[in-house]
Ligand binder design. Structure first.
Ligand SMILES: Cc1cc2nc3c(=O)[nH]c(=O)nc-3n(C[C@H](O)[C@H](O)[C@H](O)COP(=O)(O)OP(=O)(O)OC[C@H]3O[C@@H](n4cnc5c(N)ncnc54)[C@H](O)[C@@H]3O)c2cc1C
Length: 425
């Protein structure tokens, strides 16, 4: 009876936005059902057993920083704080493959950025004044790209602004929204190194962010119904009246509510009245199992290495697997490359970046292309982000593409769920 008076909330999509929505609603005492098209939760941030590598891997490297407050609150809520571990300092190792030069950027923990004034901690051949150029991002208008907002070029551009933009916004500085990059900086780096430490998942992303959330939801009586594709939202009198799934219909009672936690391309057919951003910006990841003979060299490498003058942008290592990120791989023309040539090229870069020796070959390799990794994070794409509220009185939106002010990130997805839960509750 209690449920029929208070109604049930149907959350559709069990990516991090949907998991976060369901969790926050359940905490408020709502009756919640989570519906997911796939056979597993996690969406664009998932782990799976890969038979080719013989390892459990993530679909792609995800960088989370210690300043991602919503991620940390979510981890606390699902009892998984120990599954995402902050590095002891905000340090970032880099190698430039054109010159072989290596350096480590090391932010100090406090809010006064004295590291910028210490040559050994900042990027080689940059000056204190170079870092001040970031202030232009704060002043940039809605329509400005990173390349328009920041005029500084030279080493600070090639070694900081360009790689940072690709990593954080998944597009080139010539396309990326300046405002989005500013929000990232304001919530992490500009608050001091304590807020910019990389957070690593020793057991993988599924083990940190997804499995414990499923357990927390089950403990609160939330059922996740897998293999259910939402095909249509039927409306009546300005409200959602029926959810039509691939395996049957869900008639909504007067107090029932809906949160659609879906990316734009999946949302578009369900809510044709919305003008949404495209979500076809790709990220390519390559995975290599490194043979035992190279383990000693591998263990000496930093857990994350930024790579310059290369197709590879970042190399993550976990156990005997190294995984490479190529951001904006569609824009950079890599998605159409021959797989064998691509694998050979990326392995050659890995060997050089990690100092594995020219003769060293990998044990197994895999390329994973996520064609719909992020939405269009240009100023035009950002202008089309939908709000959490819709024209339907009992239906709200969540997802990293909703108007969180943040880029398409785990932090944005989880925060969107907090907002949707607050509205739907
Ligand atoms: C390769 C890669 C690298 C990334 N790197 C980073 C990074 O370094 N740092 C970072 O913070 N973020 C990164 N991201 C972005 C991050 O993964 C996303 O922002 C986040 O996972 C989005 O979560 P979401 O819940 O909004 O969407 P999704 O994860 O897309 O979840 C949507 C869910 O809805 C389901 N679904 C779709 N249609 C339907 C339907 N009709 N009915 C029912 N269910 C449906 C899907 O199966 C999916 O599970 C990366 C993403 C990728 C792909």
């Amino acid at each position: 009876m209690a449920e029929s008076r208070a109604g049930r909330v149907h959350v559709v999509g069990a990516g991090l936005a949907g998991l976060s929505t369901a969790l926050r609603l359940a905490e408020r005492g709502a009756a919640v059902t989570l519906h997911e098209a796939q056979r597993q939760a996690g969406g664009r941030c998932r782990s799976f057993d890969d038979p080719r590598l013989g390892r459990r891997i993530d679909n792609g490297n995800h960088l989370v920083l210690s300043g991602n407050a919503s991620v940390r609150a979510y981890l606390r809520a699902i009892g998984a704080e120990d599954r995402l571990v902050a590095e002891p300092e905000a340090g970032f190792a880099f190698v430039d493959l054109a010159t072989g030069r290596r350096w480590r950027v090391r932010l100090n923990d406090g809010p006064v950025p004295w590291w910028v004034g210490t040559a050994s901690r900042r990027i080689p051949e940059t000056t204190v004044a170079d870092y001040l150029s970031g202030a232009w991002l704060a002043l940039a208008g809605r329509g400005a790209t990173v390349a328009e907002a920041i005029r500084a070029r030279g080493p600070i551009w090639a070694r900081f602004w360009e790689p940072l933009t690709l990593a954080a916004i998944n597009t080139t500085p010539e396309r990326a929204s300046a405002r989005l990059l500013w929000r990232v900086l304001a919530e992490t780096f500009l608050r001091g190194g304590a807020h910019a430490r990389p957070m690593l998942a020793p057991g993988g992303l599924g083990d940190a962010l997804v499995g414990p959330a499923e357990a927390a939801l089950a403990a609160r009586g939330v059922e996740i119904r897998f293999g259910r594709i939402l095909r249509a939202v039927e409306r009546e009198g300005g409200r959602a009246a029926t959810l039509r799934f691939s395996d049957g219909a869900e008639a909504l009672g007067p107090a029932d509510r809906v949160v659609l936690a879906l990316p734009p391309s999946r949302l578009a057919p369900l809510m044709p009245e919305l003008a949404l951003p495209d979500d076809d910006c790709a990220i390519l990841n390559a995975f290599f199992v490194v043979p035992e003979a190279a383990r000693a060299a591998l263990d000496r490498a930093a857990p994350i290495t930024g790579v310059l003058s290369a197709r590879t942008h970042w190399i993550f290592r976990r156990g005997d697997v190294v995984s490479l990120t190529v951001s904006a791989s569609d824009r950079l023309g890599l998605d159409r490359a021959d797989p064998a040539e691509l694998t050979a090229m990326l392995w050659a870069e890995t060997r050089a970046a990690l100092g594995l020796g020219a003769e060293m070959s990998y044990a197994n390799a895999r390329i994973n292309k996520e064609r719909r990794a992020t939405f269009d994070q240009s100023p035009a794409g950002v202008a089309r982000r939908p709000a959490a509220r819709t024209g339907l009185g009992n239906l709200w939106l969540a997802g990293d593409a909703t108007d969180t002010g943040l880029p398409a990130t785990i932090e944005g997805a989880i925060r969107s769920g907090e907002t949707a839960a607050r509205l739907a509750a």
